[in-house]
Design a protein around this ligand. Structure first.
Ligand code: SF4
Ligand code: SF4
Length: 175
């Protein structure tokens, strides 16, 4: 994403969110008051490459294909159709069925290292020190997961995407 596209998002979010909103991490879920009016990361994506959202074993059942577009039996995805679980009033799934990535966004585990997704209005407008503090707590939460689950949750991004859209939080990786 070119700098001018990033600026375009910043201007769009600034119009929609003239005031800074509350964002925090409660130990397992990021509560983000931008989400209800944004819904950017649940809706149709511009990118052609699907965004994978791994499911834990306990989240998979006969209903999974009705809830998600799937890349494989363990991986839901978000693509140009958006997320299948998105309803008119937001996500229609109870919290325990949502991919872990949804609970942590805009913090994202890429190649077993924690990043902040910069396009999110929370990443753009919330105080940087507060975001870094939250990132530290998300890292502690990820440390508490089973290493196989952590590996499953971790995604890979093209190097140019990673450079343009993600901030490396400088925390130890899980490799
Ligand atoms: S981009 Fe950020 S604010 Fe928007 S829906 Fe996603 S997590 Fe919420
Ligand atoms: S599962 Fe729910 S929260 Fe996650 S991307 Fe889909 S609609 Fe959004």
């Amino acid at each position: 994403m070119a700098d001018d596209e990033l600026q375009e998002y910043r201007a769009r979010w600034a119009r929609l969110f003239p005031e800074v909103r509350h964002v925090d991490f409660d130990g397992s879920v990021v509560t983000n008051d931008y989400c209800p009016d944004c819904r950017y990361c649940c809706g149709p994506q511009k990118e052609s490459e699907p965004f994978p959202m791994a499911l834990l074993d306990r989240q998979i059942s006969g209903r999974t294909p009705d809830d998600f577009y799937l890349l494989d039996s363990h991986t839901a995805c978000l693509d140009q159709r958006g997320c299948k679980a998105l309803g008119p009033a937001g996500c229609r799934l109870e919290r325990t069925l949502r991919p872990v990535a949804c609970a942590l966004f805009p913090f994202v585990l890429v190649n077993l290292r924690l990043y902040l997704y910069l396009i999110c209005p929370a990443s753009m407008f919330v105080d940087k020190a507060a975001l870094l503090d939250m990132g530290g707590r998300v890292h502690v939460f990820l440390s508490s997961l089973d290493s196989a689950d952590r590996a499953r949750i971790s995604i890979s991004r093209r190097p140019e995407d990673l450079k343009a859209k993600y901030l490396d939080l400088g925390l130890p990786d899980f490799a």
